[in-house]
Design a protein around this ligand. Sequence first.
Ligand code: AHM
Ligand code: MG
Length: 342
Amino acid sequence: MSSSSSISLTRFLIEEERAGHINAELRLLIEVVARACKTISIAVGKGALGGVLGDAGSPGVASMNIQGEAQKKLDVLSNEILLEANAWGGHLAGLASEEMDHSQAIPDVYPRGNYLLMFDPLDGSSNIDVNISVGTIFSVLRCPDGVTTPGDEHFLQPGTAQVAAGYCTYGPSTMLVLTVGHGTHAFTLDREVGSFVLTTRGMQIPEETKEFAVNMSNQRFWEAPMQHYVGDLLTGKEGPRGKDFNMRWVASMVADVHRILTRGGIFSYPLDSKCAPKGGKLRLMYEANPMSFLVEQAGGAATTGRVRMLEVQPTGLHMRVPVFLGSKQEVEVATRYHREHD
Ligand code: AHM
Ligand code: MG
């Protein structure tokens, strides 16, 4: 890893274009998403002073998204910021959001581009009101050839088809972490200048780890292989794993994944009997796939506990999956526990 503090996101993307990794249209699309993230960062940073904390909807009547979850004011605002920023740019054919029932084709009044954008506008939003890191996650696909007005079905491409993915974490500093399929790179927002600056080129997740991230309160609802896996982690040096493990759980996927990209670890949101009817808790298209792409590009691994995440064929825009991602060897161990049990 090297620090390259003088390279702006704009320069980085131009160099990626010159290297043949992206075309001008994708470069400009990523710039638009990054600009929207800066706007969201400002809104998040204002906190209580911006009047944006708390639930959306009218008092006593919470606004719900397609997932049946209560929306926060900042969920709604972040979604609007991303929609507005991307509608007129000319780089997209359509977009889909965790907060919207269906995808939207770009309106006829604007030129349509060749890409499809998916995003979770504000992940970890249960943490907003307590001033803990939240983030935006995004994923870019190609619009299938010959499709001018994309519908939901055109978004149902496996994660291997992603041409770019990233997240922006709104924490003590605002950081954008990006891949276009040639490594995973981190940019830090210089608030005085207003631009993202490359701070880590080529993030590399250590292959081994002694740190796991999971919501332990769900333990009694997990499947047997997950019970065995975490049970063995908890026995420490004396157990079959032969080392003491530490645990961390922010409950903001962006923050947990950012820690893992930075210093290693395994993140899991396994299947449990509460979320099993839906297939899992986290969403394939807005959360699991973009994070898996970033993690693989940083030398890590990502599975559903059974199969490689990026090869899962989506069956619906809001499909949910179990998630295991992070340090390669540890993800392989967790996946082995699941496969051996089947
Ligand atoms: P959200 O997209 O509605 O914010 O939900 C996703 C979040 C993830 O950021 C996080 O990893 C997980 O849900 C936390 O779940 P739990 O509250 O069950 O620990
Ligand atoms: Mg989310």
